[in-house]
Design a protein around this ligand. Structure first.
Ligand SMILES: Nc1nc2c(ncn2[C@@H]2O[C@H](COP(=O)(O)OP(=O)(O)O[C@H]3O[C@H](CO)[C@@H](O)[C@H](O)[C@@H]3O)[C@@H](O)[C@H]2O)c(=O)[nH]1
Ligand SMILES: [Mg+2]
Length: 195
């Protein structure tokens, strides 16, 4: 049995204004056997899910564009192109991603396939992000999408040619990590790039 290498010594709540920011003091047993105390701020906003909607016949993907203030304050115009995504709010990843895809894009997706469960920013954020892909057809459209206005969402739905999406990734027009990962997954496994 592996000996324990981590002990949480102290937990201090810094903010629970929206999500939860804590300062954790912990002891870590180093590789040489000595214990070292460290303090780190940890942001817990729950877990999330993301889905790339694609159509092989049309060779298209459905993405969203919405304003992200953290990107804005870090040198972007803030309007990020992303695959539909949302926080789980205690629902199951599959249940949540179907609802989120419909709220954000207006498409009701039949089959979704889970591909990864990844930490996206493990030095500071607790979130595990569940990655899905799902095929869509024009007749799956049941609404306009756009997100929940009451929550401040005002989301454009973009149907892009897959090769245009790849070009936008290369040019930096698409620069959201989860979206790049999903486009590359699709390229690798389902659609090879058109030459
Ligand atoms: N009032 C208020 N609202 C907030 C705050 N933080 C988030 N919200 C609102 O909470 C809602 C969350 O929307 P979701 O669609 O559930 O989540 P998301 O922001 O799209 O998150 C997805 O993308 C993230 C960034 O890539 C991912 O980290 C996350 O896992 C998920 O996939 C949005 O309306 C957002 O504005 C806050 O501090 N205050
Ligand atoms: Mg969202």
């Amino acid at each position: 049995m592996q000996e324990t290498r981590v002990r949480i010594d102290q937990e201090e709540l810094l903010s629970d204004n929206w999500y939860i920011l804590k300062r954790l003091t912990f002891s870590l047993r180093r590789r040489d056997g000595s214990w070292q105390s460290q303090t780190r701020e940890v942001y817990d906003r729950g877990n999330g899910a993301v889905i790339l909607l694609y159509n092989l016949r049309q060779r298209t993907v459905l993405l969203t564009r919405q304003f992200r203030i953290p990107a804005f304050v870090n040198g972007h115009d803030g309007f990020l192109i992303e695959a539909a995504a949302g926080l789980l709010d205690n629902a199951s990843p599959e249940q949540r991603i179907r609802a989120e895809a419909e709220e954000e894009t207006g498409y009701r997706i039949h089959d979704v396939k889970k591909i990864y469960d990844l930490f996206m920013s493990p030095g500071s954020v607790t979130e595990r992000l569940h990655f899905f892909i799902g095929a869509y057809e024009p007749e799956h459209k049941v609404g306009d999408g756009g997100g929940l206005a009451a929550e401040g969402e005002d989301i454009d739905v973009l149907e892009l040619g897959f090769d245009d999406a790849l070009a936008m990734m290369a040019s930096g027009e698409i620069m959201d990590g989860k979206t790049v990962l999903l486009l590359q997954y699709l390229q690798l496994h389902l659609m090879s790039a058109q030459t």
